[in-house]
Design a protein around this ligand. Structure first.
Ligand SMILES: NC(=O)c1ccc[n+]([C@@H]2O[C@H](COP(=O)([O-])OP(=O)(O)OC[C@H]3O[C@@H](n4cnc5c(N)ncnc54)[C@H](O)[C@@H]3O)[C@@H](O)[C@H]2O)c1
Length: 201
């Protein structure tokens, strides 16, 4: 959710302006949008994909999901997302695509140049899942050409990312190291799981 908002509102260049002592609102605003009314599609609607869709609901977006499995209709209507059986049919409808499926033999390199050009020109992509689901160079090239207007995630291939990884240098990226699961709260939770396990063995 945070990564979608960072891309939609063009947050990173604004942050960089403050660091550099600049003040140029127009330079940020010409690429900043409202999330309301945008079409957001998740590729994978398991635990993370569903939680994302639930969090997006109050933003009044048009929500789509592609998964191997359709949700039961009660859950689908509660979440307010429409199932798209055919991924290639969903891709051109989305202003924002979020990757929430596992890395498997089938999904490795799935988002290659051929797939990316099926996306709307100016699409924003958030990859929560695994870096290797994307074709690294295809993402860098299509960010540079402007077909992808913004790319964010914390997953890379390989990890740790080498200093010369193409995603470090491509325009309009909002990448971080792999930090999603390492908040203080998440570490506390992991510690309590380990303590519970040790107590029982
Ligand atoms: N960035 C991070 O720190 C971080 C943290 C947790 C998980 N992850 C990644 O996110 C992924 C999703 O996590 P989750 O907890 O939601 O997993 P999950 O298993 O609950 O959900 C994955 C969903 O993807 C679907 N899926 C599998 N193969 C597919 C395909 N080929 N096409 C379309 N859908 C497909 C499954 O049916 C399932 O609904 C994980 O596999 C993991 O790689 C990343």
């Amino acid at each position: 959710m945070m990564r979608i908002l960072i891309l939609v509102r063009n947050f990173v260049p604004g942050y960089n302006q403050v660091i550099n002592g600049d003040w140029n609102v127009a330079a940020i605003a010409h690429r900043a949008y409202d999330l309301e009314g945008k079409t957001v599609g998740t590729v994978g609607a398991g635990r993370i994909g569903r939680l994302l869709l639930q969090r997006l609901k109050p933003f009044n977006c048009n929500l789509l999901y592609h998964d191997r499995l359709k949700m039961d209709s009660d859950l689908e209507s509660q979440i307010g997302a429409k199932f798209e059986k055919d991924l290639d049919a969903m891709l051109p409808k989305c202003d924002i695509i979020v990757i929430n499926m596992p890395l498997t033999e089938k999904t490795a390199g799935m988002f290659n140049k051929e797939k990316i050009v099926k996306l709307k020109k100016g699409v924003l992509i958030v990859n929560n899942a695994r870096g290797a689901i994307m074709d690294t160079q295809a993402v860098a090239d299509t960010c540079s050409s402007g077909h992808i207007a913004g790319y964010s995630g914390d997953v890379w291939f390989p990890q740790p990312a080498p200093k010369d990884h193409p995603w470090c240098y491509m325009p309009n990226q909002a990448m971080t190291p792999h930090i999603s699961g390492t908040t203080i709260d998440a570490q506390d939770l992991q510690t309590s799981f380990v303590q519970e396990y040790v107590f029982f063995v």
